[in-house]
Design a binder for this molecule. Structure first.
Ligand SMILES: Nc1nc2c(ncn2[C@@H]2O[C@H](COP(=O)(O)OP(=O)(O)OP(=O)(O)O)[C@@H](O)[C@H]2O)c(=O)[nH]1
Ligand SMILES: [Zn+2]
Length: 204
């Protein structure tokens, strides 16, 4: 898989064949362990398909989130809040390897540089497409933007539903989890409130 920041995400034709082979062999053993027959027709290609799916779902390990941001930073004299909201998040909890998914809302206040807007969702994906906990995902996005772009402040709010809490375990279908992380000017109540108001407002 590529680390090229210009690509920035996984290309479906660039699987790592050695790793696909190793994961497929493991999935074949899992099929046997759950009482299935991995040689029946419907399951013949399943280990390989599942291996490719897992490699896609964890392709963030091969991405350099800072490099993605650095590839599109522009000098600009704009110092108001920039918000990208409702960014779809798909990740996998590191405890059960089940999906958690929802939305991220991200803002920064430029300090000499702005960043190409698409790079913010790309940073989200680079960290989300790994085994994660929602809290670490939130902090990693904040730290990457703060350390690379060096803005006057960063705000990250993530709301997700965790399949490990709905389809198993406590089996709560409607609960969701919100996490947040702030730096700089967003540690100030007034700026943070403005951000929270804007991400809940329906402007369109
Ligand atoms: N803080 C946090 N916890 C998570 C996240 N994803 C899953 N978990 C929790 O991780 C915990 C693991 O707890 P354990 O008691 O070791 O696992 P378990 O026996 O499967 O727990 P139950 O889910 O309660 O059945 C559970 O409480 C999950 O809800 C996450 O992103 N952040
Ligand atoms: Zn879990």
């Amino acid at each position: 898989m590529s680390k090229n920041p210009e690509i920035g995400y996984h290309k479906t034709d660039s699987y790592n064949e050695d790793s696909i082979k190793a994961i497929s062999e493991s999935y074949q053993k899992i099929l046997t362990a759950i009482g299935e027959n991995p040689h029946r027709e419907g399951l013949l290609k399943t280990p390989e398909r599942a291996a490719k799916a897992l490699q896609f779902l964890t392709h963030g390990y091969d991405l350099d989130a800072s490099e993605i941001l650095r590839s599109a930073m522009f000098k600009e004299d704009y110092s108001q809040m920039v918000i990208v909201k409702d960014i779809e998040v798909y990740s996998m909890c590191e405890h059960h390897m089940l999906p958690f998914f929802g939305k991220a809302h991200i803002a920064y206040i430029p300090n000499g540089h702005i960043v190409g807007l698409s790079k913010i969702p790309r940073v989200v994906d680079a960290f989300a497409r790994r085994l994660q906990v929602q809290e670490r995902l939130t902090n990693e996005i904040r730290d990457c933007i703060q350390d690379t772009l060096k803005p006057a402040g960063v705000a990250v709010v993530i709301e997700c539903k965790h399949m490990c809490m709905s389809m198993r375990g406590i089996q709560k279908q409607n609960s969701s989890t919100t996490t947040s992380a702030f730096t700089g000017e967003f540690e100030n109540d007034k700026t943070r409130s403005e951000f929270l108001r804007l991400i809940t407002a329906h402007l369109a």
